[in-house]
Write a protein that binds this ligand. Structure first.
Ligand SMILES: O=c1nc[nH]c2c1ncn2[C@H]1C[C@H](O)[C@@H](COP(=O)(O)OP(=O)(O)OP(=O)(O)O)O1
Ligand SMILES: [Mg+2]
Length: 477
């Protein structure tokens, strides 16, 4: 008997489909869930990176004193389960074996379909597991990389979702597949759409739900089940947007949760007293911070960001222009922190949308916005616009401010032109980068390294303008 919690980890909200099943089947058990929404999707990432991220989640869970770990993510199971299992002395459960087992039990035609992320499909983890048990069974695997972003942007019932699901599953029809494994814990949230396309004769296997039976069995086997004498407690954490997390959990899984945001990919930084040669990049956007930090670090400055000052109050962006917002942020944070501050206000202006989303780029998708939701809305709004009319501009205004001297603000700007594609490409950068195509390079922004992006980007151009001026300005003190 053991009242410690069970830890569940996933790249995002998808793992909650497993937790929901656990709460139903094992109501005495306490749960700690962590979703790495800040870095999803995991699907397109190299296996080594998925392993690294998974270990960061595992280490977070170990601090919560879990008694068992469930890797509620197929991509992470395929990439990291053997490694994690070998190094931990608690039971570690993945989703692929239980899903494979259930599919074998269900199939009559002996032809099983598997849909998953690119990472899961290229690992052939399902085919290998199924074939290790039953060689003669035919397994057809198909990557469905667009499904996770649909779920994470809360677009499960939109016309876009319906079309994407129908188009993606086309290759699996009329082949004699009678059982389809939803090999990603996000997919059960699209279940009605998937069932509709596959037809009622196809049995859908929810690998996550199957996993809970395995958890239940292991709790008994290792004598780890909770006493049931005290109420179970549940804790939910996300590395991303807690509001969006709560919204999706509530709307789609009927789970009332209040998630907390956590950082798992950096060592805690001590807050140091204000140093003379310190600049604070006053942004909550890690993508921006990374790009801007490089320049100042090269100049020998100590660079900090708002992540180093978790207690400072957020400055609202109430301006109507990039410059107004950049000034508000720079002056506001410089005053609060009593340090020199650089702020960036930036966004995407699409010609066919009369310059939208513009200064509203970060909040384009409204309440609980995030990159995936913003991108989904952008693509939906451009659905009927032909390629040659999808021209767009990225803009950045940078303001460098000294504490309490707004009149001396140094203001520069930069921009770059490109075109909005229909299909995202690349894993680098952030925000709208995967959709921002640069015809002269034949690549999207997200396909460039940080260095390459800085050479041509709006932010890089603004930084070069700042570079020419800031040293003299800074020295004046
Ligand atoms: O290089 C870029 N590549 C892709 N997307 C970009 C880029 N630069 C800005 N963007 C998008 C992200 C966000 O949706 C909006 C900026 O909004 P913006 O308010 O300036 O930044 P933010 O809220 O993300 O962070 P913060 O205000 O804390 O600096 O434009
Ligand atoms: Mg902002």
């Amino acid at each position: 008997m053991n009242n410690q919690p069970i830890g569940f980890i996933d790249s995002g909200v998808g793992g909650l489909t497993v937790v929901k099943e656990a709460l139903r089947q094992l109501p005495n058990e306490s749960v700690v869930f962590l979703g790495d929404q800040a870095r999803l999707p995991y699907g397109p990432r190299p296996a080594a990176q998925v392993r690294e991220f998974t270990w960061q989640m595992v280490n977070f869970q170990l601090q919560k004193h879990i008694k068992m770990l469930v890797i509620a993510c197929n991509t992470a199971t395929a990439a990291a389960l053997p490694d994690v299992r070998a190094k931990l002395d608690i039971p570690v459960v993945g989703v692929i074996v239980p899903g494979s087992r259930a599919a074998l039990k269900a199939t009559k035609t002996g032809h099983i379909g598997v849909i998953g992320t690119e990472g899961t499909v290229t690992s052939h983890a399902y085919a290998d597991t199924i074939h290790s048990k039953a060689k003669q069974v035919k397994v057809t695997e198909l990557a469905a990389p667009k499904f996770v972003p649909l779920v994470e942007s809360n677009e499960m019932t939109s016309p876009v979702a319906k079309r994407v699901v129908a188009e993606t599953l086309q290759p699996l029809l009329h082949q004699g597949i009678d059982t389809l494994v939803m090999g990603c814990t996000h997919y059960p949230l699209l279940r009605p759409l998937i069932q509709n396309v596959m037809g009622d004769d196809v049995t859908l296997i929810d690998s996550g739900a199957e996993t809970v039976s395995e958890v239940s069995m292991l709790l008994d086997y290792f004598n780890l089940a909770a006493h049931g004498t005290q109420p179970a407690t549940n804790q939910f954490y996300t590395t991303g947007n807690a509001k969006m997390f709560d919204l999706i959990a509530g709307n789609w899984l009927n789970l009332k949760v209040a998630a907390s945001r956590v950082v798992i990919d950096q060592e805690p930084t001590d807050v140091q007293p204000a140093a003379l040669k310190t600049v604070v990049i006053a942004s909550k956007n890690p993508g921006k911070v990374k790009e801007l930090a490089a320049m100042f670090e090269a100049d020998g400055l100590t660079v900090k960001s708002l992540a180093d000052f978790p207690a400072v109050a957020t400055v609202p962006e109430t301006g109507k222009t990039f410059e107004e917002n950049a000034r508000l942020k720079a002056d506001g944070y410089a005053k609060a922190l009593e340090l020199p501050v650089v702020a960036d206000d930036s966004g995407l202006m699409v010609d066919a949308l009369d310059g939208a989303p513009g200064v509203f780029s970060a909040r384009y998708a409204g309440q609980g916005h995030n990159d995936a939701a913003n991108n989904a809305k952008l693509i939906a709004n451009l659905a009927d616009v032909p390629d040659e009319k999808r021209t767009a501009t990225f803009h950045t205004t940078l303001v460098f401010a000294k504490p309490n001297r707004p009149a001396e603000d140094l203001v520069v700007a930069g921009s770059v032109q490109g075109r909005i594609t229909g299909v995202p490409r690349g894993d680098n950068g952030f925000g709208y980068d995967p959709y921002f195509f640069l015809p002269q390079l034949g690549k999207t922004m997200a396909e460039l390294s940080q260095n390459e992006k800085n050479q041509i980007s709006h932010r890089g151009n603004a930084m070069r303008a700042l570079e020419a001026k800031w040293r003299d300005w800074y020295k004046e003190d």
